[in-house]
Design a protein around this ligand. Structure first.
Ligand code: PLP
Ligand code: COI
Length: 341
C-alpha cells in the first residue's frame, strides 16, 4: 500500500479528509449492514435530534504502524463498550461491540494509505460517532440513528511535542447542566468550549477542572485524565464518577504496576495535595502522556520540579512503555492489541 505524500513528522492534531468513512443506519429498531462511503458530507433534516437536542456521542482511538509493518489498534473493545455506556445515557441504541470492531477494521484497512509510518510520531486518529437523525421538536429521543467512523492522521495534541505544558485551574465546571463528564457526549464538550478558548487566550494549554460540588478535588482536563507521581515514585490518579474513564489511564495503571513495579493509587485527589507531587501528566488517546510543568491557580503557581524542562523520569518511563506496547516494540498484555492487517 503506497502511503499518501504527507510530511508525517510535522503534522499537528487536525482534520484531513481521508478516502473512506464507515456508515450504518438504525431504523425500525435495527441496524443495517453498514458500508464504506467516500462522501465526507452529511445531509440531515433541519429538525434532526442531533441539531436540536445534541443527541450525539463519540469515541476516540488510534491506529499505529508497528515496527514489523502491521497496522494495529489499541484496546478498541474498551472504546466499543464505553460508547455503549455513553449511548445508553443519551437513550440511543447501542452499536454492538462486534460490529464496532469490524467497522474499525474495515475503515482503517480502506484508509491504510493514511496510517502514518512507524517512527514518524504520528498515528491515525479514529473517531466513531453516533447521532439521532430523524426530526423531533418535543424533547424526546430520536427513533432513527446514524453511526459513523471518520479517520484522520494526527500528530501531537499539544504544540511543542514533549515539552511540558502549563495549564490553569478552570473558572468553570466541566459537567453539562443535566449530565456528567463520564460520558463521551457532544454536549459535555460543547460546555468546555468557552473554558478552553479562555484558557488559550490567557496562554494556557488546558483547564484543570475541580469537582463541581466542592471545588476541592481534582477531576480531569477538557480532553484527558490526570496522572501524578509522588516524590517516592508512586502513581496517583484521580478517582471520580464524573470524569471520563480514560482507557489510556486504565492502561497506564497496569503498565506502572506490572511492567515498572510501581505502587499505584487510584483515589480522590485533593487540590491541596498537588504541591507535594513530583510529576504531573495528562493522559488520553490524543494527549498520549503529555507532561505538565506548571498549574496556575488564579495567579498562584504550582510547579512540578521534576518536569519543568522535560518529561520527568517516571512519566518518561510510563510514556516509553505505553507507546512501546502500542507500537509493538514491547510485548503487550493479552488482548490489548487488535491487528487490522
Ligand atoms: N477525558 C476526556 C474529557 C477526554 O476527552 C479523553 C479523550 O478521550 C480522555 C479523558 C482520555 O480517554 P482515553 O484515554 O480513553 O482516550
Ligand atoms: C481523545 O483523546 O480521543 C479525545 O477525545 C480528546 C479530544 C480532546 C480530542
Amino acid at each position: 500500500m503506497e502511503k499518501k505524500n504527507i510530511d508525517w513528522g510535522n503534522i499537528g492534531f487536525g482534520y484531513m479528509e481521508a478516502d473512506y468513512r464507515y456508515v450504518s443506519y438504525y431504523k425500525d429498531g435495527k441496524w443495517d449492514d453498514g458500508a464504506l462511503v467516500t462522501d465526507p458530507n452529511i445531509t440531515l433534516n433541519e429538525c434532526a435530534c442531533v441539531f436540536q437536542y445534541a443527541q450525539t456521542v463519540f469515541e476516540g482511538l488510534k491506529a499505529y504502524t508497528t515496527q514489523d509493518g502491521h497496522i494495529v489498534c489499541f484496546r478498541p473493545d474498551l472504546n466499543a463498550s464505553r460508547m455503549i455506556d455513553s449511548a445508553e445515557r443519551l437513550v440511543m441504541p447501542p452499536f454492538p461491540e462486534d460490529r464496532f470492531l469490524d467497522a474499525v477494521k474495515q475503515v482503517v484497512k480502506a484508509n491504510a494509505a493514511w496510517v502514518p509510518p512507524f517512527g514518524s510520531g504520528a498515528s491515525l486518529y479514529i473517531r466513531p460517532y453516533l447521532m439521532g437523525i430523524n426530526s423531533v421538536i418535543g424533547v424526546k429521543p430520536a427513533d432513527e440513528y446514524m453511526f459513523r467512523i471518520l479517520v484522520t492522521p494526527v500528530g501531537p495534541y499539544f504544540k511543542g511535542g514533549a515539552k511540558p505544558i502549563t495549564i490553569k485551574v478552570s473558572d468553570y465546571d466541566r459537567a453539562a447542566p443535566h449530565g456528567t463528564g463520564d460520558i463521551k457526549a457532544g454536549l459535555n464538550y460543547a460546555m468546555s468550549l468557552r473554558p478552553i478558548v479562555k484558557a488559550h487566550e490567557e496562554g494556557f494549554a488546558e483547564n484543570m477542572y475541580l469537582d463541581a460540588a466542592t471545588r476541592t478535588k481534582v477531576e480531569e482536563t477538557g480532553g484527558a485524565n490526570f496522572i501524578f507521581i509522588t516524590k517516592d515514585g508512586t502513581l496517583v490518579t484521580p478517582k471520580s464518577n464524573s470524569i471520563l474513564p480514560s482507557i489510556t489511564r486504565r492502561s497506564i495503571m497496569v503498565v506502572a504496576e506490572k511492567y515498572l513495579g510501581m505502587k499505584v493509587e487510584h483515589r480522590e485527589v485533593y487540590f491541596d495535595e498537588l504541591a507535594d507531587f513530583a510529576e504531573c501528566g495528562l493522559c488520553g488517546t490524543a494527549a498520549v502522556i503529555s507532561p505538565v510543568g506548571k498549574i496556575n491557580d488564579h495567579g498562584k503557581e504550582i510547579c512540578f520540579p521534576a518536569g519543568m524542562e522535560e518529561m520527568g523520569p517516571y512519566t518518561k518511563k510510563l510514556y516509553d512503555t505505553l507507546t512501546g506496547i502500542q507500537m509493538g516494540t514491547i510485548e503487550a498484555p493479552e488482548g490489548w492489541i487488535y491487528t487490522i492487517e
